[in-house]
Design a protein around this ligand. Structure first.
Ligand code: GTP
Ligand code: MG
Length: 233
């Protein structure tokens, strides 16, 4: 499975329209200063913004993508995806506000800063909050050690990987500064969510349009067989 950008410009990317097959919502989470806003800026604009302005509340950007979606007959068809990526404030004082948005997330990018051990220690708390608030108990999550360009690390790649193994989530190291692995991390999470989506769609009865299995695909998903909410929790 592969995703590619449509020909739309960055400006038109942010315009929400109904010309899509799947609306996917990701959330960026983690302590203040881990680099969530820079990660998103790097993904959207391909640039690094070194200035630190703490995010207030929540914000989102929209990316329009085409995705090779496997059909039951083994053929792949291109599907239009509108990927909304929500950037949340890491500061504790905004927590009750940002938590209210967790339920809308279909995939979670949980970041810590490899140069700051405190942010690594917060990962378990973030994970508990995701599991409490998300649309289902077992949403798709990737653990990300950001700022892997730093020479002075406080957390090794091995420690990051060990924690991820323990938590049963994939681990990746990224750098918003150099761009290393940023797009790859988003695409990896997209593959995880789209696999869930495909399992859900292929489990649907073609006559009734209803899923035989509880799908847990997300809170607000439009597919070509189903046009409104499809949360099956
Ligand atoms: P809140 O909005 O408060 O939750 O913080 P945030 O997680 O959005 O952090 P932000 O993206 O604003 O980045 C915080 C600081 O880390 C900024 O000074 C960035 O320049 C720096 N930073 C972010 N990503 C990287 C990275 O990959 N490498 C390095 N070296 N610095 C980074
Ligand atoms: Mg921010």
């Amino acid at each position: 499975m592969a995703s590619s950008e449509t020909n739309s410009t960055a400006a038109s990317d942010d315009i929400l329209d109904s010309n899509y097959d799947f609306l996917i919502k990701f959330m960026l989470l983690g302590d203040s200063g881990v680099g969530k806003t820079c990660f998103l800026h790097r993904y959207m604009e391909g640039e690094f913004r070194s200035r630190f302005t703490a995010t207030v509340g929540v914000d989102f950007r929209l990316k329009k993508l085409e995705y090779d979606f496997p059909e039951d007959d083994g053929e792949e068809v291109k599907k239009k995806i509108h990927l909304q990526i929500w950037d949340t404030a890491g500061q504790e004082r905004y927590r009750s506000l940002t938590k209210a948005f967790f339920r809308d997330g279909m995939g979670f990018l949980l970041l810590f800063d490899v140069g700051n051990v405190e942010t690594f220690h917060s990962v378990r708390d973030w994970l508990s909050e995701i599991k409490e608030e998300a649309y289902c108990e077992n949403p798709d999550i990737i653990l990300i050690g950001n700022k892997c360009d730093l020479e002075n690390r406080a957390v090794s790649e091995k420690q990051g990987q060990q924690l991820a193994n323990e938590l049963n989530v994939p681990y990746m190291e990224t750098s918003a500064a150099t761009g290393n692995n940023v797009t790859k991390a988003i695409n990896t999470l997209l593959d995880m969510v789209m696999k869930r989506m495909r399992d859900y769609v292929s489990g649907m009865d073609p006559k009734t349009g209803k899923s035989g299995e509880p799908g847990n695909v997300g809170p607000e998903t439009k597919t070509e067989t189903q046009s409104s909410s499809s949360c099956a929790c």
